[in-house]
Design a protein around this ligand. Sequence first.
Ligand code: URA
Length: 198
Amino acid sequence: MPKDQEIEKELKKIKDEVLACEKCPLARYRRENGFCPVIGKGSHSAKIMFVGEAPGANEAKTGHPFCGAAGKILDELLESARLKREEVYICNILKDRPPQNRNPESQEIKACTPYLEKQIEVIKPKAICALGNFAAAFLMEKYGLKDEIKGISKIHGKTFKIGAITLIPLYHPAVAVYNANMKNILKQDFQFLKDFSD
Ligand code: URA
């Protein structure tokens, strides 16, 4: 089977698994409210993967990641780094929206992140950008960097090389929705991402 079809098949499998998942109460919350799971979107051969926290209201309505206010900021940041949404892959650590957009709980992260881990295995990005504290902490622990975990204000924009993957913790774009200063910091951190795009 050609490689792209193989990847397509594997990603479809992940989507089917999420749709059938009963591992945490967020799936029931999704069904009761007629929400969609937000699996991920973008190039299946992306060199750069962005991992956010969890879908919000707009995302749960549409099934697309980062399509609300934080998504607008993300689009601006991508454009400032000369990157297109279609060439990167965007997903989250949680595939379902937590009620009232509360923080992810540790058992939800534990239940849901095997799907993210499979997405990473299938897409094989060169760079993974962890957006915000939750994504950064999960991915740093996964890649054996537990001792380096600090608040995102201390580690944003740093690069951690783990074999073929470079992990880059970044501020979550939502911090810039009402704060132009934070947007400038994010723009600076995004500038070198283009280096990973080919
Ligand atoms: N915030 C996130 O972390 N992910 C989304 O998809 C939207 C907002």
